[in-house]
Design a protein. Sequence first.
Length: 370
Amino acid sequence: MMVVRLWVIWFALMFTLQGIAQELSNEAQELPAGTEASGIREGVERAVLPAEKAVQGSEGSAADSGIAGRSGSVTAGTSGSDAEGGGGSVAEGGDGAAEKGEGGIKGAETIEHLRESISFTKIFWSFVLLLIGYLFIKYSVKVLDLFAERSTRIRLSFKRFIPIYRIVAWTLVLFIVIQGVISPSWEAVVALGASVGVAVGFAAQDILKNIFGGITVLAEKPFQVGDKIDVGDHYGEVLHIGFRSTRIVTADDSTVTIPNAELTSKAVSNANYGENNCQVVAEIYLPPDVDTGAVRKIAMEAAQVSSLVYLRKPVSVQFVHELKEQRPFLKMRLKAYVLDIRHEFSFKSEMTEIVLHELYKQGIIRKEEA
C-alpha cells in the first residue's frame, strides 16, 4: 500500500511540474521577440518625430522671409542634429531591447532545460529506482533487526546504527535518481528549488518542524533506539527514530507514535542512556509499625538471588512514610539494576511476589494489614 501511494504521488508531481514547465516555456519563447520589437519601435519614434517637426519649421521660415539659403542651412543643421539624436535614440532602444531579449532567452533556456529534465522516460526510471531503493532499504533494515535481537550485547549497537544507515541509503538513492537519471542543469535546480521551497514552507510547516526535530534528536542524541524513555504520559522502549516521528513500545505492548517536534520541546527522561542495564524500583506498601530490619533483609536477599539482577551495581532498600486513603503506610522501595532493560517489569513483578510471600510466611505482616 505504501508503494502504491508513493507511485501515485511521484507521478502526479512529475506530470504537474512538466505541465508548468511547458507553459512557462511557451510564454518565455514569445517574450524576447516582443520585447525587442517594442524597444526598436520606441527608438525609431524618438528619432523620426523631432526630425519631421524640424523640417516643417524650416519650410515655414523660408516661405515667410524669402531667404532660401538661410532656411536651407537652418533646416540642414536642425535635421542633422536631430538625426544624430535620433540615431542615438535608436541605438539606445536597440541596446535595451537586446539586453531584455538576452534575459528572456536565458529564462527560456532555463525553463527548456527544466522541461527536458521531466520527460516521461526519466519519470519512469526514477520511479523504478526509488521503488528498488525502498524495497532494498526496508528488507535490509529487517535483516539488521534480526541480527540485533540475537544478543543483548550487540542489540543496542545494531539498533542505533539503523537510523544512520537509513539516512545514508536514502541520500544515495536520491543522488542516483537526481544526478544519474534526471540530470538537471544548475539553473533548473535553483528555479525548481526556490518554487518548491516557498510552496513547502507555507503548506507543510508542521512537517518541517518534525523533520528538524528528528535531525536534532539524531544529532544531539538525548536518546537512541533501544533506550527506555519517559515523555509526558508515555514510558517505553524506543523502537524507531524517523524524520517525522519516533515510536516507542510501552509496558502494555502498545506502540505510541510521538512527533519529533514534541520531543524537542518537552522534557525527556532516559532510564538507561545507551546502556543495556537500567535501574528498577519495586514499591510495596506496609503497615507503619512493621519490622523494617526484617523487611530489608528479605528484600535484599530476594534481589541478590534473582537471575535478572545486575550485581555490578548496588542494591538498596529505602522506607518512606506516606498517607494513602487517609491511612498511614510505610512504603518500601527496593532499588536494583537488571541485566537487560527488557526485564524491567518482569523483575519488578518478581520482587513484589517474593517479598510479600516471605513477609506473610514469616508472619511479619498479616493479610488483613496489607
